[in-house]
Design a protein around this ligand. Structure first.
Ligand code: NAD
Length: 500
């Protein structure tokens, strides 16, 4: 049976108190397929601050009953979403590719990861307990409970519009919170499908709400409204730092996962075939629009010529085009804004004196003229201080930095503000463990690409990339629950003295 959301998918709506509704706002935006501007995905009347307030009020009203619902029942709902998503994977992947641009196989990969997250978090519901502790006094004990926070906001970016909402919403709900979710408007239709799966699974009215609107009013309301007890944000540093300040001003819990500039170190003894394949996948997969994308290759000088030649040969073989077409390996850039950012950085790299090994411009002619396509680009002889070596580009652009030895490689790898993911390619066990000890990133890969992660393993970054607790893994539930400490005295007599 089609859900309400499916029927109305050409016009994006908000989902408030169990109903799909148009905003009363006046700002209307259109979403077009980034691979083909003739293909209109749909139009969105942007929600207003008042819509966001209604969604928060609906979540507040639904909280007492949801809090009292057994965690096991909450987990079963999340498991049902996993089953629905598995049954609707092709439909969801088609929308994700059409709206965001990644290839169909990348879309399916993102959805499978989301299903893993749903299954893992659903299982965690059965062990959502605290601990029992001994007391200093006889006939006393202490125990802890994990209790929900209340209404929580989940604010997400466009680049993983299924997985990131899922890895926030699922632990928030299992923890007993009610949610107001604000997707990026760029990928509102994919977000609607995700929410429709929670609806189909039977989420009670008001427990999960979605508001599709601009960050400056809807997003701001989700950060500043006094009824919101925690904010889980993923996106840029520019926005995330403001979200963090907004939460801190009210003394509420905030987690922000933000930008990256992830290095892959390739030492002279590396398996070069493996290092090259991983660099190409990490730099150009998902069109470089992943927070864990490989954007810097830090390579020992003695093998750098060979490494660059091989990465260039592989990059030039990548078929760029509409991600819905068979054989395409690199899709378009998501929208005009991001397209102009990537093109700007291509010029910055040239002006800074980096050598363009391949790519370096947008792709034109034929079907390329209807989309936002950039040729996979390699800059060589990049200096560690150049902007293309330090700033997040978020496109299919790799900067190669040549170094004399491992120590210099570590200095370069750690020499940026960000700290999300990293990788090293070497056969030397000492170097591997030195790297693990010294690299300042939240995710560390040994002889595997900077991208990727698993549902039950914590995910997040250090330094400017992340503030607050990690996402995914069991720690995801730490963010979405409070600990309550309970003391039980069963002596039945007045206690002598105090506990300190
Ligand atoms: P963005 O910061 O522009 O937007 C993220 C979300 O915040 C959107 O929903 C947006 O509408 C909302 N927003 C905007 N202004 C707001 C405000 N004032 N108050 C509250 N919300 C507001 O990011 P984007 O362009 O959608 O995504 C790309 C960025 O996301 C990149 O920097 C990338 O590295 C980062 N990212 C990080 C991770 C991670 O886990 N570290 C994962 C994916 C993406």
């Amino acid at each position: 049976m089609a859900t309400t959301a499916e029927i109305q998918v050409a016009s994006a709506k908000s989902y408030i108190a169990g109903k799909w509704a148009d905003s009363r706002g006046s700002r209307r935006v259109e979403r077009r397929n980034p691979a083909d501007s003739n293909d209109v995905v749909g139009s969105i009347t942007l929600a207003t601050r008042e819509d966001a307030r209604q969604a928060i009020a609906a979540a507040q009203a639904a909280f007492p009953a949801w809090k009292r619902t057994s965690p096991i029942t909450r987990g079963k709902l999340v498991m049902k979403v996993a089953q629905i998503m598995a049954a609707r994977v092709n439909e969801l992947a088609a929308m994700l590719t059409r709206e965001e641009g990644k290839t169909l196989s990348e879309s399916r990969g993102e959805i499978l990861r989301s299903i893993n997250v749903l299954e893992f978090i659903a299982g965690e519901a059965r062990t959502l307990g605290g601990e029992v502790l001994p007391s200093e006094l006889p006939k006393n004990f202490a125990y802890t409970l994990r209790v929900p926070l209340g209404v929580v906001s989940c604010i997400t970016p466009w680049n993983f519009p299924v997985a990131i909402p899922v890895w926030k919403i699922a632990p928030a709900l299992v923890g007993g919170n009610t949610v107001v979710f604000k997707p990026a408007t760029t990928t509102a239709f994919t977000a609607m499908m995700v929410v429709s799966m929670f609806e189909e699974a039977g989420v009670p009215a008001g427990v999960l709400n979605m508001v599709v609107g601009a960050g400056s009013d809807v997003g701001d309301e989700l950060v500043t409204n006094p009824a919101v007890r925690a904010i889980s944000f993923t996106g840029s540093n520019e926005v995330g730092n403001g979200v963090y300040r907004g939460g801190a001003n009210r003394g509420v819990r905030v987690q922000c996962e933000m930008g990256g500039k992830n290095p892959i170190i390739v030492l002279a003894d590396a398996d070069l075939d493996l290092a090259v394949a991983s660099t190409v996948q990490g730099a150009f997969g998902s069109t470089g629009q992943r927070c864990t994308a490989t954007s810097r290759a830090v390579v020992e000088e003695s093998i750098a010529d060979e490494f660059v030649r091989r990465v260039r040969d592989a990059a030039q073989k990548l078929k760029v085009g509409n991600g819905a077409e068979a054989g395409v390996m690199v899709g378009p850039i998501v929208d005009e804004k991001q397209f102009s950012t990537v093109l700007k950085y291509l010029e910055v790299g040239k002006q800074e004196g980096a050598t363009v090994v391949c790519g370096g411009s947008k792709l034109t002619g034929g079907a390329y003229d209807r989309g936002l396509f950039v040729a996979p680009t390699i800059f060589d002889h990049v200096k560690p201080t150049m902007r293309v070596a330090t700033e997040e580009i978020f496109g299919p652009v790799l900067s190669v930095i040549r170094v004399r030895n491992f120590d210099e490689a570590m200095q370069v790898a750690n020499g940026v503000a960000y700290g999300l993911s990293s990788a090293i390619y070497t056969r030397d066990a000492s170097r591997i463990f030195d790297f693990v000890d010294e690299i300042d990133t939240g995710i560390v890969h040994i002889n595997s690409p900077t991208t990727g992660g698993e549902a039950h393993v914590p995910f997040g970054g250090m330094k400017a990339t992340g503030v607050g607790q990690r996402e995914q893994g069991t720690v995801a539930l730490d963010f979405f629950t409070e600990i309550k400490a309970v003391y039980v005295d069963y002596t039945g007599t007045k206690r002598e003295g105090n506990l300190y």
